[in-house]
Every structure is written in structure tokens, then in C-alpha cells.
Design a protein around this ligand. Structure first.
Ligand SMILES: Cc1cc2nc3c(=O)[nH]c(=O)nc-3n(C[C@H](O)[C@H](O)[C@H](O)COP(=O)(O)OP(=O)(O)OC[C@H]3O[C@@H](n4cnc5c(N)ncnc54)[C@H](O)[C@@H]3O)c2cc1C
Length: 566
């Protein structure tokens, strides 16, 4: 796999089994970030991952008749139980997943990995699994951060990870309608590469884009960094082909329909619990002729939030729009790794302010607004040249009127170049024994200020009570007319029980989200991690409806049991 351009990720090969990206992409933590962490008292003991042959792996339990039946369907070489393949398909890529893997715990590894080549083979695998009482975990890019690949209801049944990476073709491109058929196993870069050959793009760029797949985007209702312009992934889906234990299902005959409820919505976000998505028909756009990324400084997070609402209600949303709070602004200025380090040339004024904050001590350092450091806003525009220029000018009028100040051009382009770096930074932090994890929510504009304050407080209080001195930062993104998403990042010492401490903090945050009127997930999905709050969000009746759908499509309960619903 090669990337089409430098700003679109650096994944050139398979990732390391214990983290993110190829080994060659793992740089040590930048000195400035180390200094900031030391200054904040966030330290840890070096914690390299164990060697692959030290990983504790339960014996593979796939019965021989089942293996033979599966080999008949996909070919013997595509039924794998070797150590590396099983470890690579163990869990997803949340920080707790990585902590377990790095410590050599692969107890949740599948018994085998099966790689079908197309829709019919997927159907045939499901038939074998039904007969042989085997649990199937649909596996796209393996980037779930909510326990979506570690079903909790397997009981004593063998588990197969159904790796969809051989479903990797671009099908029919309907230029007149602006749609393209994309196989579910295509990963983000390859899908864009194939579409670019046709002069087209999906415009779906989540931070996990380098490894996540088309089917995974649909199964989790993913939302990319450019969602304000191109839409969420579920906005992009017009049709779906699904293999279920009850048979094949094709959905989406027209852009819109009044033929009953829109059943595509039952599959979007179904997280492999109802069926295996084998193909998506997606809306595609012409490749943008012009990309413009700008950095702005706004007086503070509350003002910035009001400004973004003003843009959203006037239908003036940039393609990418991301407002960092004071803490995230400061942490960004203090030295995140750059894909092509440009020494923050566009950020000198803000960096000077950040340095002044550091000189004032930890409290001021984490509340940059106190010194007038302000908050960083990234606004990106993509499209035809004149459209981009006009939209950027209209947005600038609103931002300036609200007290925002445009930064040097590199403040925007630096963000664009470094947009996929965070997971590499997390690996570097874990190597040093430092914990870093994220969580997200969304709410209506009227609820956002208290949602922000309450979740921040819940995370801070919980981790402080565990003695871990957390830094909790946040950005607002994914603008809608009626609200937006909040994305929190937590960095702290690992302490003696990082998984337990994070579970407690995440529970406190989940409860705070529900109490403040937010959604338990804006784009990471439910998995097993968010299931405790699903009933509070959609009601007991809603959960029953989902269970009824599952009973119809998957009567024997072989698909991802315990993910999304029990
Ligand atoms: C560092 C990092 C950054 C991230 N950033 C973002 C972000 O910006 N935006 C965002 O939305 N998410 C983000 N995520 C979360 C994750 O990448 C998304 O949920 C993504 O859509 C998952 O795609 P995947 O192909 O990796 O799916 P997987 O992780 O393989 O699977 C996710 C779930 O979907 C099911 N599934 C997968 N493929 C299929 C299929 N074809 N049919 C049916 N079910 C299937 C799986 O069984 C599982 O339950 C991030 C994750 C990481 C680790």
C-alpha cells in the first residue's frame, strides 16, 4: 500500500502488531513534548512491548471438520491459525487494547482468521459457522476503539476473525449519478487511490484512515476530519450489500425513498452484529482542485464555540473545522510530532504566548487563555478554486467580527501535514510508560458548554483520585446546524493499574455525558465498551428493537455476540 500524497498518511506497510503504523515510522517523542510532560509531572517507566514469541496465546480451538469445511470455501491458505496472524487480529486499537497486547496478553485472540474473497464466500463461511456453532467477528481494518472486535458473548464457542481485506475492488463508477461501488475490505488509502484514478474522492478522512476499511466505516458510522464539508460516512452511503446468516440483503435503489423506514440505517452502525457488509455504494465527489488550510486564534474556547455555531447556522461551515480548547492549544504548540517538521514557522506568536504561560507555572500553562494565548482554530476548505476562496472569505468575516485573528499560513498547513500523527505519538508515549487515550461525544449547541465542563471534570476528578495528575484536553469538531462533537484527549502517568484507572474514568465520563444530555458516542460506535449506556440513550424499547432485528438476521447469534446488543 502506498500513500497518494504526504499529507494523507505515511502507512506504507502493515502496522506493527503492538501499535500503529510500520516500525520505520516510530520516532522517539519530540524533545519539546518530553519537556512539557516533565514540567507537568507526567512521568513513567520505559515500557517496551514484549517480543511476539513471549505473547501468551490460548491454544487454537477450531475443530478439524470446521477447518476443513472453511478451507473448502476459501482455500486452505486462507484459514490461518499461526501465532502472528492470531495476535494481529486480537482486539482493536484502543489504548487498553494496546496495553494488553504490549504486556503479552492475547487471551482474546481468535482461534483462526479466515479470509474470504467475495460476497458469496462470505455467505458460505456464515453457513459453515452456523452449522458448526462458531462465532464470527467481521474484521475490517482492526482499528475499533470500543471493544468492537472482542465479543463478550462467545461462551465456549470457537471464534473466527473474518478478515475482509481480500474484498478490495472498486466496482462500477456511475459518473452521471456521482456514485461508486467500493468493496468493504478496501482500506482508506487504497480506496482513495482507486477513486483518484477516476478523478474522484470520498473525502472521508478519519484519523484512523491509514488502516480502517470501507466496511468498518459503514459498520461504525464513522465520521472523518472533513465531515463538515463532505459529510459523515453514513451520509455518503447510498447502497449496501450485506451477507447475513439469514441470506443476502441489498439495500438502496434510489437516492431517497418513501418505501417504509430506511433499512440502510439498520446496517449503518450495526457493528457486525446483524450481517457482514461486503460492498458499499457511496457518493463520490470530483477531486478538489484547491485545498486551503488556515489557522486562527480565537480569544477563548467559549467564544470559539459561539463563532462556530454562528458559522453552522449560516451554512458557512468550512470543510474541516476544529477548535482546540486552551489546554489542547498549548499542548499542540509545545510540540506534537510533525510529518515534515516545519518548526512551527506559522505559530511563532502563539508559541511565544505558550512559552510565557509555561513560565507562569502549571495552572497558567494549562489555561492559556489566562495570558491571552487563546485557542487554536483550524479551518480547511476543499473544492473548486473560486468556491474555496469565496467560502474562506465569508468565514473570515464572521471570525474577525468575533475577535479571531488569522495566523501565518503554516498554522493551517502544519495541521494538515500532521493530521494522522497522533496514534504514532501515542505509541511513543506508551513506550515511556505514559497513558494517552481519547473519548468523544456530541450534543446540541445549548448543551455543549455544560457537556464540555462536566466531562472534563469527571475525567480529571477520577484520574486525580487515582493519583495520576491527568492533562485533559478537548477539541470541538464535526459541525452541524444544531450542534457539534467534543473530542477529549487524556494524558497521564500510567500508575500501577492503567486499565482499571481508565475504566473508572471512562465510566465517570459516560455517566457525565448522559447526565449532560450528550450522546455516548458520536463516531466511535458502541462496541462492548459503550453498551452499558445504550439503554439510557435509545431506551429499553430501542434495545429490544435491535435485539429483534438481530434475531431475524442472525437467529443463532453467531455474529459478534455482545457487541452493540447482548
Ligand atoms: C488512532 C485512531 C483514530 C481514530 N480516529 C477516528 C476518526 O477520526 N473517526 C472515526 O469515525 N473513527 C475513528 N477511529 C475509530 C475507528 O477507526 C473507526 O471505528 C473505523 O470506522 C473502524 O473501521 P475498521 O475497518 O478498522 O473496522 P474494525 O475495527 O475492523 O471493526 C469495527 C467494528 O465494525 C465491524 N465490522 C468491520 N467491518 C465490517 C463489515 N465489513 N461488515 C460488518 N461489520 C464490520 C467489526 O466487527 C467491529 O465491530 C479511530 C481509531 C483509532 C485507533
Amino acid at each position: 500500500m502506498t500513500s497518494t500524497d504526504a499529507s494523507r498518511g505515511i502507512a506504507a506497510t502493515e502496522p506493527v502488531w503492538w501499535g500503529w503504523g510500520p516500525a520505520v515510522a516510530h520516532d522517539p517523542l519530540p524533545a519539546a513534548t518530553r519537556r512539557l510532560l516533565a514540567y507537568l509531572g507526567i512521568t513513567g517507566q520505559p515500557s517496551p512491548p514484549v517480543a511476539l514469541d513471549e505473547v501468551r496465546l490460548p491454544p487454537a480451538r477450531l475443530p478439524e471438520p470446521a477447518r476443513a469445511a472453511l478451507a473448502t470455501v476459501v482455500g486452505a491458505g486462507h484459514v490461518r491459525s499461526d501465532r502472528e496472524t492470531r495476535v494481529r487480529h486480537c482486539r482493536g486499537r484502543s489504548t487498553t487494547d494496546l496495553l494488553r497486547l504490549r504486556a503479552g496478553d492475547a487471551a482474546a485472540a481468535p482461534d483462526a482468521v479466515v479470509l474470504p474473497a467475495g460476497h458469496d464466500e462470505v455467505l458460505a463461511v456464515l453457513r459453515v459457522a452456523n452449522q458448526e456453532r462458531i462465532v464470527i467477528v467481521p474484521y475490517g481494518g482492526g482499528t475499533s476503539v470500543v471493544g468492537g472486535l472482542a465479543p463478550s458473548g462467545r461462551g465456549d464457542r470457537p471464534v473466527i476473525a473474518l478478515d475482509l481485506s481480500r474484498l478490495d475492488r472498486l466496482g462500477r463508477v456511475d459518473r452521471e449519478s456521482g456514485t461508486a461501488e467500493l468493496d468493504a475490505g478496501l482500506r482508506g488509502p487504497r480506496a482513495e487511490e482507486l477513486l483518484a484514478e477516476e478523478g474522484l474522492t470520498l473525502g472521508h478522512l478519519p484519523q484512523s484512515w491509514e488502516y480502517a476499511s470501507i466496511g468498518g466505516f459503514a459498520a461504525t458510522r464513522s465520521s472523518g476530519q472533513a465531515s463538515a464539508g463532505y459529510g459523515r460516512f453514513d451520509d455518503l452511503v447510498v447502497g449496501l450489500r450485506v451477507a447475513t446468516p439469514a441470506g443476502s440483503w441489498e439495500l438502496g435503489r434510489a437516492p431517497a425513498s418513501a418505501a417504509g423506514p430506511d433499512l440502510r440505517e439498520l446496517i449503518l452502525g450495526s457493528e457486525g452484529a446483524f450481517g457482514v457488509i461486503t460492498q458499499v455504494v457511496a457518493r463520490v465527489r470530483p477531486l478538489p482542485a484547491r485545498r486551503l488550510y488556515e489557522g486562527w486564534s480565537v480569544p477563548d474556547f467559549a467564544t470559539g464555540t459561539r463563532l462556530l455555531r454562528a458559522l453552522a447556522v449560516r451554512d458557512l461551515r468550512p470543510t474541516v473545522c476544529r477548535l482546540s480548547d486552551e489546554t489542547e492549544t498549548l499542548a499542540g504548540l509545545a510540540g506534537p510530532p510533525r510529518q515534515h517538521d516545519t518548526a512551527r514557522r506559522g505559530s511563532r506568536d502563539a508559541a511565544a504566548s505558550a512559552a510565557a504561560d509555561l513560565d507562569r507555572g502549571p495552572a497558567a500553562a494549562l489555561d492559556g487563555a489566562a495570558s491571552g494565548g487563546g485557542c487554536r482554530l483550524v479551518a480547511g476548505y476543499e473544492g473548486a478554486g473560486p468556491v474555496v476562496e469565496r467560502r474562506a472569505a465569508q468565514v473570515a468575516v464572521v471570525l474577525r467580527a468575533g475577535g479571531a485573528r488569522r495566523l501565518e499560513p503554516a498554522a493551517g498547513t502544519d495541521w494538515e501535514l500532521g493530521r494522522f500523527r497522533a496514534p504514532y505519538l501515542r505509541d511513543a508515549l506508551l513506550d515511556l510508560g505514559i497513558f494517552a487515550e481519547t473519548l468523544e461525544t456530541a450534543g446540541f449547541w445549548s448543551a455543549l458548554p455544560s457537556l464540555y465542563a462536566d466531562v472534563r471534570r469527571a475525567l480529571t476528578d477520577s484520574l486525580t483520585a487515582a493519583g495520576l495528575s491527568p492533562v485533559v484536553m478537548c477539541h470541538l469538531s464535526h459541525l452541524y446546524e444544531n450542534g457539534a462533537s467534543l473530542y477529549f484527549t487524556v494524558v497521564c502517568a500510567q500508575g500501577t493499574d492503567p486499565i482499571g484507572s481508565w475504566r473508572a474514568a471512562k465510566t465517570a465520563a459516560g455517566d457525565a455525558i448522559m447526565a449532560a444530555g450528550g450522546t455516548i458516542t458520536h463516531h466511535h460506535a458502541v462496541g462492548t465498551d459503550h453498551r452499558p449506556w445504550l439503554g439510557a440513550e435509545i431506551g429499553g424499547l430501542g434495545v429490544e428493537v435491535l435485539r429483534a432485528v438481530k434475531r431475524t438476521l442472525d437467529p443463532a447469534g453467531i455474529l459478534n455476540p455482545g457487541v452493540l446488543v447482548e
